[in-house]
Design a binder for this molecule. Structure first.
Ligand SMILES: *Cc1c(COP(=O)(O)O)cnc(C)c1O
Length: 234
C-alpha cells in the first residue's frame, strides 16, 4: 500500500494543478470535480484518499466496483462506474450502494436496462453518455452523429437522468493531442441544447485523465477522472 503521506502529497499536487487550470480558463475555484479512479489500488489506499478529503471514486468493472463497495461500506463514498457496461451486468451493478453516476451509457438498450433496474429498486439513476469523439476502433462509446437520436430515445425512461457527456482522448504522450477531442465534446453538448426530453439535461463534461486533465479543464471539463497521478510512488 502507498503510504498516506505520499497519497496526500499526490492529491495536493493534483488539486493545485486543477485549481490553476480553473484559474487559467476563467472558471470558479472548486468548479471541477475530481473523481479518483481506483482500479489499480487496494481498498486501503482508497480509504487513505478518503481520509485526505476525496469523496468521489470510480471503477471501470462491475466486479471490482462491488468488491470495493463491500470493503468500504462504512464510508459514504460517491461511486462512479466509468467502464463499458454490458446489459446483463446491470442488475449486479445495482447491488452497489452509493452509486452516483454511470459515465458509460452508449446505447438505448443499456438505457432501458438501467431504467428497469432503477425502477425495481424504487430509485433514480444518473448517467453520462460516452461519446467516441476520436473515432478510434479501440474506444467505447457512441459515434457523435448517433448522440441526438439516443438522447431523444431515452425520453420515456422516467428512472433515468442523463446529465452530461463523457469521452476519452486517444492515448498519446502529448496532452495537447486531446484538445480537439475535448473541444468537440463541448461543441456537441452546446449543439444539443434544444428539443431534448425533460430527463436529459446536459450539464456535465466528464473528460480528462492523469496525462491530459489540465487541457480537458481548459476545454470545459467539470469532471476529471484521475488514477495514476494520485498513486505515483515517486
Ligand atoms: C483508468 C481510467 C481513467 C484514469 O486513467 P489514469 O490515466 O490512470 O488517470 C479514467 N477514465 C477511465 C474510463 C479509465 O478507465
Amino acid at each position: 500500500m502507498l503510504n498516506s503521506d505520499r497519497i496526500r502529497r499526490n492529491l495536493h499536487s493534483v488539486q493545485a494543478r486543477i485549481a490553476s487550470a480553473e484559474a487559467r480558463s476563467g472558471r470558479p475555484n472548486g468548479s471541477v470535480r475530481l473523481v479518483a479512479v481506483t482500479k489499480t489500488v487496494t481498498p486501503e489506499t482508497v480509504r487513505a484518499l478518503w481520509e485526505a478529503g476525496v469523496r468521489d471514486f470510480a471503477e471501470n468493472r462491475v466486479q471490482m466496483l462491488l468488491q470495493k463497495v463491500a470493503a468500504l461500506h462504512d464510508l459514504p463514498i460517491r461511486w462512479h462506474m466509468i467502464g463499458s457496461l454490458q446489459t446483463n451486468k446491470v442488475g449486479k451493478l445495482f447491488l452497489a450502494t452509493g452509486l452516483t453516476a454511470i459515465h458509460s451509457l452508449d446505447s438505448a438498450r443499456l438505457a432501458e436496462a438501467l431504467n428497469a433496474a432503477a425502477a425495481k429498486q424504487g430509485g433514480l439513476i444518473e448517467a453520462l453518455v460516452e461519446v467516441n469523439v476520436s473515432g478510434e476502433a479501440s474506444k467505447h462509446g457512441l459515434p457523435p452523429e448517433a448522440l441526438g437520436d439516443l438522447l431523444r430515445a431515452v425520453g420515456g425512461l422516467d428512472r433515468l437522468r442523463v446529465t452530461g457527456l463523457m469521452t476519452m482522448a486517444p492515448f498519446s504522450a502529448s496532452a495537447e493531442d486531446g484538445r480537439p477531442v475535448f473541444a468537440k465534446l463541448r461543441a456537441l453538448k452546446e449543439s444539443l441544447r434544444d428539443g431534448l426530453p425533460s430527463n436529459v439535461r446536459l450539464e456535465h463534461l466528464s473528460m480528462g485523465m492523469s496525462n491530459d486533465f489540465e487541457v480537458a479543464i481548459e476545454e470545459g471539463a467539470d469532471i476529471v477522472r484521475i488514477g495514476t497521478a494520485l498513486f505515483r510512488e515517486t
